[in-house]
Design a protein around this ligand. Structure first.
Ligand code: FAD
Length: 461
């Protein structure tokens, strides 16, 4: 086994310490394990450690520190900017640490850091329970939670971090600690949106909520209707009851059998619903839209929550090229709507899309200063993604996403959701944390003064 710049004896001793697998650039599986979800990211780490347990995490951290190798932490590998991997780094890959323990007595679930959302949905489905996570089952719980997290249940139950009760973290100095609102409360505050800046989280304890059956799925209109549907949606969702959820999207209908052939490759706008609770209330909400403008496609039905959670996975397999831009919006003025429609009409490729996730309802039960996630006054988290299988289209999808973002930026709160951002530099990170940035910096200084954990949307100590 040979790895550039590293003493082979030290490497062998390190490998012997591990219960998990050490993957080096010489190994056959190196290319497979250095890959992340975003195919645009092509990084070549020095080492990848596929950790089996916390001891492996501790040994890896120690090895990285002794040999002065940058530490990258990878869980689900879904990060927009591919921040689970970096050139010449040691990747602490947590994906094999995916145990889940449901505790019905205390109405909680403990999940290890490598779990994907689909693992958690599967474990909780038999009990009709859930907590808010994201809308693709292939996303990692770790990166999502540390960035804040939101999805279909967020108007009812808040952000993912609002259900977080406790986390186990390995700190830069090698200590393993448990944080909650009483123990290390500063750190507990910081990991609720502050990303992977403060340590390596090895497990999370979440509070559970009722989920079970929901009324959900897509309801779409032709693009020409966007000028009517978008303001109607804005007015509706700002006042809708918490258990009613729908995000707004611009998209192109994929040419696959589940969609009517006459709609294939048509640019459209629409809503994806996930209504909890009473069907009467849910039907009333759906009927308001149906009677306002008859949808061109209406696939809303009663289904298990778990089914909705993986409904769109197959449309976005791992390895596509993704260029992301993000914004938080408080309002959607007529001018902002017009700008959005102009740019949505130019969706550059069939996979490219724009979503407006509502982050009102229960997300507004807390204040900006209650957690590191400093955008509680936003009503939507907008994501603009240029996506395509073909890398030669990267300039096209990148240019479109950037120019779209520039056009809507004046109507936004300034920053964006850190989990929807590429590597955009300090100004955009500061704009995203707003008034919480200085407090985050102080906590970073206390727990990671040398900025060991810097391969992330970095808060400089
Ligand atoms: C298709 C798709 C759909 C998405 N949908 C949603 C959505 O509905 N809602 C939403 O909120 N977000 C969504 N996201 C964004 C998602 O939250 C981020 O991509 C998130 O970073 C993914 O987490 P991960 O564990 O998969 O990522 P990784 O790439 O493994 O890690 C992401 C970042 O977190 C750090 N990190 C990961 N694990 C740890 C840990 N245990 N300790 C310390 N640091 C760690 C990494 O160093 C890295 O900086 C989506 C992303 C994609 C690609």
């Amino acid at each position: 086994m040979k790895t550039k710049h590293l003493d082979s004896k030290a490497l062998e001793a390190f490998e012997n310490q591990l219960k998990g697998e050490l993957v080096t650039p010489d190994s056959d599986r190196y290319d497979m394990f250095r890959r992340v979800y975003n195919g645009m990211i092509d990084k070549k780490p020095a080492l990848i450690v596929r950790c089996q347990n916390i001891a492996d995490v501790l040994y890896s951290l120690e090895f990285g520190k002794i040999h002065n190798i940058p530490i990258a932490i990878r869980a689900g590998g879904h990060n927009a900017a591919g921040l689970g991997v970096a050139d010449q780094s040691i990747v602490i890959d947590l994906s094999l640490m995916n145990g889940i323990q449901v505790d019905l007595k205390f109405n909680t679930v403990r999940v290890e850091a490598g779990c994907l959302l689909g693992d958690i949905d599967h474990a909780l489905d038999p009990f009709g329970k859930a907590f808010p996570t994201g809308i693709f089952s292939t996303t990692g719980i770790s990166g999502l939670t540390l960035g804040g997290g939101f999805g279909h249940l967020s108007r009812a139950y808040g952000l993912t971090i609002d259900s977080l009760l406790e986390a186990d973290i390995v700190l830069a100095d090698g200590r393993l600690i448990t944080v909650d609102e009483h123990n290390f409360p500063d750190l507990f505050w910081a990991i609720q949106g502050g990303g992977g800046n403060f340590g390596i989280v090895t497990s999370y304890l979440f509070e559970l909520h009722p989920a079970g059956k929901i009324q959900g799925g897509p309801m779409l209109w032709h693009m020409e209707e966007a000028k009517h549907i978008m303001p109607f949606y804005r007015d509706f969702i700002l006042k809708a009851p918490k258990e009613i959820y729908c995000y707004f999207a611009f998209l192109t209908i994929p040419p696959v059998a589940i969609f009517p052939e006459n709609l294939h490759l048509k640019k459209m706008c629409g809503l994806v619903w996930c209504n909890l609770g009473s069907t009467i209330k849910s039907n009333a909400a759906l009927e308001r839209f149906r009677s306002f403008k008859t949808p061109a496609l209406d696939y809303v039905e009663i289904m298990p929550y778990v089914q909705l959670q993986s409904l769109f996975d197959a449309l976005y397999p791992s390895g596509l090229q993704w260029y992301w831009k993000a914004a938080f919006l408080k309002d959607l003025s007529q001018e902002a709507i017009s700008q959005n429609i102009i740019h949505a009409n130019r969706l550059p490729t069939p996979h490219s899309t724009v979503h407006f996730y509502p982050v009102n309802g229960a997300c507004h039960d807390k204040k900006n200063s209650d957690s590191a996630w400093g955008n509680r006054d936003a009503n939507w988290s907008q994501v603009i993604v240029g996506v395509d299988p073909d890398p030669t289209n990267n300039p096209k999808i990148t240019h479109w996403a950037r120019s779209y973002w520039e056009a809507i930026h004046p109507y936004s709160l300034g920053g964006g959701y850190i989990n929807f951002m590429m590597d955009e530099g300090q100004d955009q990170i500061k704009a995203s944390y707003r008034d919480n940035y200085t407090r985050l910096q102080k906590i970073k200084q206390k727990y990671d003064p040398k900025n060991l954990f810097r391969i992330n949307q970095n808060i400089k100590p």
